[in-house]
Design a protein. Structure first.
Length: 300
C-alpha cells in the first residue's frame, strides 16, 4: 500500500516521544509512516507498530542529521516534521494534503500550546498563527540573529475565513509539512554548514522556500499543540556546547541571508522585506542602513 505521508521525528530524551507517536497514529486517517531518529535514549515505553521505523545512530548526531536520516528512509509523497512533544488534531494529515496546492509550498498548522501532563491543549495560552522574522538582535537577547517571533497584530487582523490558508514570513520549526521533493530537491536537506547540529532550522526552511520562489503558509483548518517547555522542561534537545553553538549559528545565518549568499535565490532578501512583507514588525524603511552600521551587510 502506497504511503501518503511520512512523519519524521528527531527525538532526544523527551518524556513525551511515545505519546507523540501514539497520538499521530490515532489521529491520522491517510496511509502514514512514522520515522523516529533516537539521538540518545530509547523512548519509554517503546511504541511498536508496523508503521514505525526507529533509527539509532549509536551516538548523538544532532537534530539536523536526524531529520535528514529520517527523510532518506521516507516513502511518502509528503513529509511532516514533528517535535517529540506534540499533540495533533483529528485528520490533520488529510487536511494538510488536501490543501497543498503547490509543490514549493511549506504548510504550518495552527499552533496551540500543549499541557504535557494532561495531554491536551493548554487553554491558558493563546494559539499562534503567524510568525514574523525578527530584525537582527531583536528576537533573542543572547545573539544578533534573526528569529521567528509571534506576529500578534497580523493574527488579530486576519481572522476572516479568506485567510484560512495564508502567507506567514517564518515558522517556529516544531511542525512543518511539505512534499518530499521540496525537501530534497529544493531545500537540499538540512545543512550543517554554518548552522551546526541544531540552530536556525526555521530560517533555513522558510527563507529557502520564500527566496527560492515558493511560499510558507499557515493552515488554520487544522492544528497541533506544541509543549510550552518554560522552566519546567527547559530545552529538551541539548548537546554539549549548545548555547555557544546556537549563538554562532544565528550570527552565521544572519550574514548568509542578509548578503544573499544562497545559490538558489529567485528573489533577494530585500524583496522579502520590502515587497513580500513590507508591514512586518521591526523592519523600518532604512533597515539596510541599520544593518550596515551593525556590520552585517555591505549595501552599495
Amino acid at each position: 500500500m502506497a504511503i501518503d505521508l511520512s512523519v519524521v521525528i528527531p527525538s532526544r530524551n523527551s518524556p513525551f516521544t511515545s505519546k507523540t507517536i501514539q497520538d499521530i497514529l490515532e489521529k491520522a486517517v491517510t496511509n502514514i509512516e512514522i520515522i523516529v531518529n533516537v539521538d540518545e535514549n530509547w523512548p519509554d515505553p517503546l511504541v511498536e507498530d508496523k508503521r514505525i521505523t526507529y533509527i539509532h545512530p549509536g551516538y548523538p548526531r544532532g537534530m539536523r542529521w536526524g531529520i535528514n536520516a529520517c527523510v532518506s528512509l521516507a516513502h511518502g509523497k509528503y513529509i511532516m516534521k514533528s517535535d517529540d512533544h506534540c499533540l495533533f488534531a483529528p485528520s490533520f494529515d488529510q487536511v494538510l494534503i488536501e490543501n497543498h496546492r503547490e509543490d514549493n509550498w511549506v504548510q504550518i498548522p495552527r499552533r496551540y500550546s500543549l499541557d504535557g501532563e494532561g495531554w491536551k491543549i493548554n487553554e491558558k495560552r493563546p494559539h499562534r498563527d503567524y510568525m514574523s522574522l525578527s530584525f537582527p538582535g531583536k528576537g533573542k537577547a543572547q545573539d544578533n540573529g534573526m528569529h521567528g517571533v509571534e506576529w500578534w497584530s497580523q493574527q488579530k487582523e486576519r481572522v476572516d475565513s479568506q485567510y484560512d490558508i495564508d502567507n506567514t514570513p517564518s515558522l517556529q520549526g516544531s511542525c512543518y509539512f511539505m512534499t518530499k521533493n521540496h525537501f530534497n530537491s529544493f531545500i537540499g536537506g538540512m545543512s550543517e554548514v554554518g548552522y551546526g547540529q541544531f540552530a536556525q532550522e526555521s530560517q533555513e526552511i522558510g527563507l529557502k522556500t520564500w527566496l527560492g520562489g515558493g511560499a510558507v503558509k499557515v493552515n488554520k483548518k487544522t492544528w497541533y499543540a506544541h509543549l510550552h517547555k518554560g522552566k519546567q522542561y527547559g530545552r529538551m534537545y541539548h548537546i554539549g556546547g549548545f548555547n555557544d553553538s546556537i549563538n554562532k549559528a544565528a550570527r552565521w545565518s544572519t550574514l548568509y541571508w542578509l548578503n544573499n549568499q544562497w545559490e538558489g535565490l529567485v528573489h533577494d532578501f530585500a524583496w522579502f522585506i520590502d515587497e513580500q512583507f513590507p508591514n512586518m514588525p521591526g523592519w523600518s524603511r532604512d533597515w539596510k542602513k541599520q544593518v550596515r552600521k551593525m556590520g552585517l551587510i555591505d549595501t552599495k
